[in-house]
Design a protein around this ligand. Sequence first.
Ligand code: HEC
Length: 109
Amino acid sequence: MIKKFTIAAIAMAFLTVSIGVSMAGEKGNARKGKYLFRKNCRTCHLEGGSAKELSPVSKTQAEWQKVFDNIDQLACKDEWAKLSEKDNLDIYAHLYGHAFDSPSPAKCK
Ligand code: HEC
């Protein structure tokens, strides 16, 4: 009886985790976003680069939200246009998720 319950509990836990992971995937993958940000944004937005240095902690979550709501107003909107919707979501997850006032601010760039 107890064994059956344990198996059910493990199955439930596994299900919860897999649902959580797949939902996080829809919102964007911060780990991929970090890579994409370095590859597509940090080429210009780094110290000594052609645009001002940016990293997740450059802004608060509200400020990043504003950026992503108004991409068409950015000087580099043409660079953003090269990204897929999914890449955009991943970069958002990285920047917003590790913003200055987020629960886990980025420690390195
Ligand atoms: C070809 C160079 C280039 C690339 C690539 C580029 N940007 Fe920019 N970006 C600029 C320039 C130039 C400006 C305007 C001047 C400035 O803010 O330094 C700007 C402005 C911005 C701003 C507004 C400045 C601020 O502090 O609010 C944000 C945010 C931004 N870029 C984010 C990004 C992100 C995210 C990416 C990657 C998806 C990206 N940029 C890719 C050149 C670039």
